[in-house]
Ligand binder design. Structure first.
Ligand SMILES: Nc1nc2c(ncn2[C@@H]2O[C@H](COP(=O)(O)OP(=O)(O)OP(=O)(O)O)[C@@H](O)[C@H]2O)c(=O)[nH]1
Ligand SMILES: [Mg+2]
Ligand SMILES: [Zn+2]
Length: 302
C-alpha cells in the first residue's frame, strides 16, 4: 500500500501521483474509493504501472454539483476557487451564482477572473454585470490569457502556496489561462478541438498541474486544476439554509425578519423582501435564490 495524490480524473480512471513523482493509472475498488482530483488516497500497486484505490483519506472540502439523477464531483482539498468568466461569449450570471453557492457551502473562498479583456467591445457590459460581487466578498480580477506575462503577474499572489481550481462555462478560456501559467501543460484549447472537429467542449477531464517556481514562494508550492466547462449546476445536495449561505448579502437583513425561520420568499415582515423592494438587494440575485429553492422543492428535496 502507498499513499498518493489524485491528479487526474476521467470517469472511473484516475491518475494517482506517488511520493517519487510517478503517476499510476488507478481504479477505485468499491464505492468507498470514489475519489476526486485533489484527494489523498491509499492505493495498492498492481503490476508495474497501475493501481487500485483502496481508500480516500479524509478531505478538508469537496466541491460538487448535483441534480436528481446524479452528482458530479469537481475537486477536493481546495484552497481557492477561480471562477472564470469572459467578456465574450456572454457568461451566465445564473451559473456563476450557483458556483458561488456551492463554494460557500464547501467553505472554499472564490475569486472571479474576468478573462479576454483584450476584447473591448463587451468589456463595459461585463464589468457592470460583475459590479456587485466585490461587495459580497468575491474579488474580481481582470486579465487576458493571451497576455501570459501580465496574467502571471496578476495571479501569482493568488496562486502561491495554494491549490486552486479553474471552474466555468465552456469557452471562457480556462485552459488557455492554464497554458499561460504552466507553459509545459500543453492543454488542448478551443483552437485544437476546432482543428480536430471534436465539438464544443474542449476539456473533457479534470487535471491538476504543478505551478512553476516563478509563480510560487520558497516552501509554498502551488497547484492549479483545470476542469471541463459545464452547462448546468444543480444544487440538490444543499438544504435551504445552505443555499441562503450562498447569498451573504441577505444576512444583515435576514436577522431582522419577523419570523426566525423566514425563508425570504413571501413571509410578512420579511426584511430581505423589503431590501429587495428598495434595491438594496439585487433583483437578479434574489431571483436566483428563488429558482434554486423551487428546483429543490420540485425534486422533493425538502
Ligand atoms: N481574445 C481572447 N481569446 C481568448 C482568451 N482566452 C482564451 N481565449 C480563446 O477562447 C477560446 C476558448 O478557450 P479555452 O481555453 O479552450 O476555453 P475553456 O474554458 O478551457 O473551454 P472548455 O475546455 O470547453 O471548458 C479559445 O479560442 C481561446 O483562444 C483571451 O484572453 N482573449
Ligand atoms: Mg478547457
Ligand atoms: Zn425574510
Amino acid at each position: 500500500m502507498q499513499e498518493g495524490w489524485v491528479v487526474s480524473a476521467h470517469g472511473r480512471h484516475y491518475g494517482v501521483e506517488l511520493a517519487d513523482g510517478s503517476v499510476r493509472q488507478s481504479y477505485p475498488r468499491g464505492k468507498k474509493a470514489q475519489a476526486a482530483v485533489g484527494d489523498r488516497v491509499r492505493i495498492s500497486l498492481q503490476g508495474d504501472n497501475e493501481g487500485a484505490i483502496e481508500a480516500v483519506l479524509p478531505r478538508r472540502n469537496l466541491l460538487f454539483r448535483s441534480d436528481q439523477q446524479r452528482s458530479k464531483q469537481f475537486a477536493a482539498n481546495l484552497d481557492t476557487l477561480l471562477l472564470v468568466v469572459a467578456t465574450e461569449p456572454e457568461f451566465s450570471a445564473d451559473l456563476l451564482g450557483r458556483s458561488l453557492v456551492a463554494a460557500a457551502s464547501a467553505g472554499v473562498p472564490a475569486t472571479i477572473l474576468l478573462n479576454k479583456v483584450d476584447r473591448p467591445a463587451r468589456l463595459a457590459a461585463a464589468r457592470e454585470r460583475l459590479a456587485r460581487y466585490p461587495e459580497i466578498g468575491v474579488p474580481v480580477l481582470e486579465l487576458s490569457a493571451l497576455d501570459a506575462e501580465a496574467a502571471r503577474a496578476r495571479l501569482a499572489p493568488v496562486l502561491a502556496g495554494r491549490i486552486s481550481l479553474l471552474l466555468g462555462q465552456s469557452g471562457m478560456g480556462k485552459s488557455t489561462l492554464l497554458n499561460a501559467l504552466v507553459p509545459e501543460a500543453g492543454a488542448a484549447t478551443r483552437e485544437h478541438s476546432e482543428a480536430l472537429g471534436t465539438g464544443r467542449h474542449t476539456t473533457t477531464s479534470t487535471r491538476l498541474y504543478h505551478l512553476p517556481e516563478a509563480l510560487t514562494r520558497p516552501g509554498a508550492p502551488g497547484h492549479l486544476i483545470d476542469s471541463p466547462g459545464f452547462q448546468g449546476f444543480g444544487l440538490a445536495h444543499l438544504s435551504r439554509e445552505d443555499v441562503e449561505r450562498g447569498f451573504p448579502e441577505f444576512a444583515p437583513f435576514a436577522a431582522q425578519c419577523r419570523f426566525y425561520n423566514c425563508t425570504h420568499r413571501h413571509e410578512p415582515g420579511c426584511a430581505v423582501l423589503a431590501a429587495l423592494e428598495t434595491g438594496r438587494i439585487d433583483t437578479e440575485r434574489h431571483a436566483l435564490y428563488m429558482r434554486i429553492l423551487a428546483e429543490n422543492e420540485a425534486a422533493e428535496r425538502y
